[in-house]
Write a protein that binds this ligand. Structure first.
Ligand code: CR1
Length: 841
């Protein structure tokens, strides 16, 4: 007969069920309980770290109440669900965010205080979950927060790396050194190991066709276990608490008893080491691809486990497989999860025994693909021999064969539409000819998906007219759309800038959860720009945020920062296209200009403190050299008595989400100065502006849309526009003009560096030569206009009152850039999923 649920008395289950702790007393009780039972410690031997752990475990209990209700509700209602597949989730810290989203921060603050600790201090004990490189991973984290806050049935799928992005150290010479990030060492209270949720994932081995059916079986090779870890994602002002499922790799057979018995002890653990290696480390690359086997293994391991899990959940609904796309939408975050396309084909054809055409229809109605960059070096390609080796071998190689079959059908259709156009076929083929042949993941993703989107208007247009041009001509333009990125205002305003959040609520006269979930409400601030008292409060908060940053620099680096100067910030991965070089050369130019002034003249200038932070990919030589230059320039100018009151420079090591939360609210101006057409969107530009920092930038990425919202008079634009870039690059190669002619000011700066003003000039020659020679990123073309833009910033800052008005206007017009808007756009226009709020019990 049918099993009876619940076992035992339903009444008892209900009576004994846990509820949210909402008052200070039950919170204190639960924290003490965790100190004693989970940590096995007592009032007499508990430190800040222990207090953090106990508080976190107590908050986790509360999150689980909502998480359980949410999962049960989704299961009962069985709505269509969306899945966000991302190899990176750059979550940062969780405790503060969880307290704010649960609405329990002040209760915990009081409870913790009664126990003799300060909430502020214990928040600092948490290590960042840094499972990402930069914007792409942080975007995924913002989307999770928004999906829960907007009651959308969405899960994330990723990998549980044992080591996150490396820790950056700076040597005395100014070199970046990398150390591992063992973030799980202090145990992680925010995850639930699901040792019962596992899948086998097979590598290597061989596939065998079954007669003439077109199906195949796959056997042999290495079998690895994928184990699920669930991370709770609380929504703001709602019970909905979504799930992020991260996979850990484990050996299928932990220990090879045969080897052990034969006396081969190393051999007995060898296979288990190689299985565990799959999820051991996040690749610290950003905008580059390396044909590394382990990376490809990660991609396959993760997509195979995630798809198996999604399929199992779908099957529990008891619906026919043909309805899969009515219940499942899968978003591919960049090309990293593209193997999900042939993998789903394999499952549908080999295991579900569907005809190829039927399977293909399901696949192409399930997947959606976001492109995050048009830089050619970032478009993933995998050598055919590597895929051949990794995925099942022997004729026919299963996934590769599926990819070939997909390609053949596709190219036949292209040939039909454009007869005899061989070049076009070669460009559009999934396989790039050459030695070795390569699989172009972006082509596969485009062909196997329902829709492709870029991440800002300009970028989406560039996707349509450059990397996907042929595909637009083939499919028509409607397959290629735009969803401008967004950021969560919970973390990036309420959490990182609590005083501003309070002032906004007070000024708008509404509860913060209202405007935090409908960010266009910020426009109400415009009515108050003429209110002097409001402006003064606004400015005072910025000042205190600057002091908070200065305090941080003082305690971490032992350096004293002039908080009366303008704070100018550029924080992002180090990359030539992002042009930290332009910024540092501009700083040197300013230094030389100040040096040439009389003391009286200097006094009339606008004092400026420049902050840099960011990591360089460990193998990216030029980026590392840029860090070295910044550090050495800082050493010279911060020590120069003539200028140090007017200009100083800091490179803050080990940039992270948590450091960004201190830097962003403190900025007066921030720099987003990529060569036009190279920065797909940028998302920190939105974070600075949301916190009332103004933007100095090129006409690129989301800068353009920010300017459209806040008005061009409130941003500082400079530099050549996208259409000019190609011509300029051509000129550099075929009709080069010496730097001395193009920009004497820049030539002088370069010469000073070469001459050794900042230590051994020879060291920097390779970096300087990228500018003197092909100058691919147009430093020489944009330098003069960059310097004039900086001068305009100085001039504007002298009128403090007008500056504060600009700041308020900027924040007020940032509503569009909430990730709630972006996620709702995906939900409605792409995935077709509905808001599914969990009723409060
Ligand atoms: C882009 O460079 C964008 C983020 C998120 C990055 C950045 O401009 O804001 O994605 N792309 O969409 C990326 O990491 C590998 O590509």
């Amino acid at each position: 007969g049918k099993e009876k649920w619940p076992r035992g008395e339903e009444k008892i289950w209900k009576e004994c069920s846990r509820h949210l702790d909402e008052d200070v007393q039950s919170i204190t009780k639960s924290v003490v309980n965790h100190v004693q039972t989970s940590l096995a410690r007592q009032a007499y031997n508990i430190d800040d770290l222990g207090a953090y752990q106990a508080a976190a475990l107590s908050v986790r209990d509360n999150l689980l109440v909502n998480w359980n209700d949410t999962q049960l509700h989704y299961t009962r209602k069985a709505p269509k669900r969306a899945y966000y597949l991302s190899l990176e989730f750059l979550m940062g810290r969780t405790l503060d965010n969880a307290l704010l989203n649960l609405g329990l921060k002040s209760q915990y603050k009081d409870g913790i205080k009664e126990l003799g600790f300060s909430l502020e201090d214990i928040l600092e004990q948490e290590r960042d979950a840094a499972l990402g490189n930069g914007g792409l991973g942080r975007l995924a984290a913002c989307y999770l927060d928004s999906s829960a806050s907007q009651d959308l049935p969405l899960w994330g799928y990723g990998l549980r790396y044992k080591y996150g992005i490396f820790q950056q150290l700076i040597s005395p010479e100014g070199n970046q050194l990398e150390a591992p990030d063992p973030w799980l060492d202090n145990q992680n209270p925010w995850e639930l190991p699901r040792l019962d949720v596992t899948y086998d994932v097979r590598f290597y081995g061989h596939a065998e066709r079954i007669g003439e059916t077109g199906r195949a079986t796959w056997s042999g090779g290495q079998e690895v276990l994928a184990v699920a870890y669930d991370v709770m994602i609380p929504g703001c002002g709602t019970k909905n608490t979504n799930n992020l499922r991260l996979w850990e790799s484990k050996p299928k057979r932990g220990f090879d008893l045969n080897s052990f018995n034969a006396g081969n002890y190393e051999g007995a653990v060898e296979s288990s080491n190689s299985a565990a290696a799959i999820t051991s480390v996040l690749y610290p690359n950003d905008h580059t691809t390396f044909g590394k086997e382990l990376r490809l293994k990660q991609q396959y391991f993760w997509t195979a486990a995630s798809l198996a899990d999604i399929l199992r959940r779908f099957k529990n609904l008891g619906k026919p497989i043909s309805e899969f796309p009515d219940f499942v939408a899968i978003q591919l975050n960049d090309t990293h999860p593209t193997l999900a396309i042939p993998e789903l084909m394999r499952i549908l054809v080999d295991e579900e025994e569907l005809r190829w055409d039927k399977a293909w229809e399901i696949v192409t109605n399930t997947f959606f693909f976001t492109n995050h960059t048009v830089l050619p070096e970032a478009l993933e390609k995998w050598p055919v021999p590597l895929l051949e080796h990794l995925l099942p071998r022997r004729v026919p190689e299963r996934h590769l064969q599926i990819i070939y079959d997909i390609n053949m059908q596709f190219l036949q259709a292209v040939e039909k539409k454009f007869p005899g156009d061989r070049d076009r076929l070669a460009r559009m083929s999934i396989i790039e000819e050459g030695v070795p042949k390569q699989v172009r993941m972006a082509n596969l993703a485009c062909i196997g998906d329902r829709k492709v989107n870029g991440v800002a208007e300009l970028h989406s247009e560039l996707v349509r007219t450059t990397i996907m041009k042929d595909f637009v001509e083939f499919y028509g333009v409607s397959k290629f759309a735009n969803v401008t990125n967004g950021i969560t205002p919970r973390r990036w305003l309420d959490q990182c800038n609590p005083e501003l959040s309070t002032l906004i609520s007070k000024t708008l006269g509404i509860d913060k959860t209202v405007w935090l979930k409908d960010l266009t409400k910020l426009e109400g601030l415009l009515a108050h720009t003429e209110d002097k008292k409001f402006r003064d409060e606004w400015a005072a908060i910025k000042q205190r945020n600057k002091e908070r940053l200065a305090h941080h620099v003082q305690t971490t680096l032992g350096l004293t920062v002039n908080t009366h100067a303008m704070f100018d910030v550029q924080i992002k991965r180090l990359h030539e296209y992002k042009r930290q070089t332009l910024n540092i050369l501009g700083v040197i130019h300013r230094y030389l200009t100040l040096k040439a002034m009389t003391p009286e003249e200097r006094k009339k200038t606008n004092p400026r403190v420049v902050f840099f932070a960011g990591k360089a990919a460990p193998a990216y030589y030029i980026a590392k050299l840029t860090i070295r230059l910044i550090v050495n320039v800082a050493r010279v100018i911060n020590d120069d008595p003539d200028t140090k009151n007017y200009l100083s420079l800091y490179f803050l090591p080990d940039y992270s989400v948590s450091l960004a939360e201190v830097l962003i609210p403190a900025s007066d101006i921030s720099q987003h100065i990529s060569t036009a057409g190279t920065e797909a969107s940028g998302t920190s530009n939105m974070k600075f502006c949301l916190n009332g920092g103004l933007l100095l930038g090129t006409v690129d990425g989301a800068n353009i849309e920010i300017a459209e919202e806040v008005g061009e008079s409130n941003v500082f634009f400079f530099g050549h526009l996208t259409p000019a870039v190609e011509d300029l690059r051509y000129q550099h190669l075929y009709h080069p003009v010496p730097v001395e002619e193009k920009s004497p000011a820049l030539a002088n700066v370069l010469n000073q560096v070469s001459a050794g003003l900042f230590g051994d000039g020879g060291v920097y020659e390779p970096l300087l030569n990228t500018i003197r020679q092909s100058d691919y990123y147009l430093i020489t073309d944009d330098f003069d206009s960059y310097i004039s833009a900086l001068n305009m910033v100085d001039e504007a800052y002298l009128d403090k009152d007008e500056w504060v008005k600009k700041s308020i206007r900027t924040t007020a017009k940032m509503g569009k850039f909430s990730s709630d808007r972006a996620i709702m756009d995906y939900a409605q226009e792409y995935w077709n999923i509905e808001q599914t709020p969990v009723p409060s019990s």
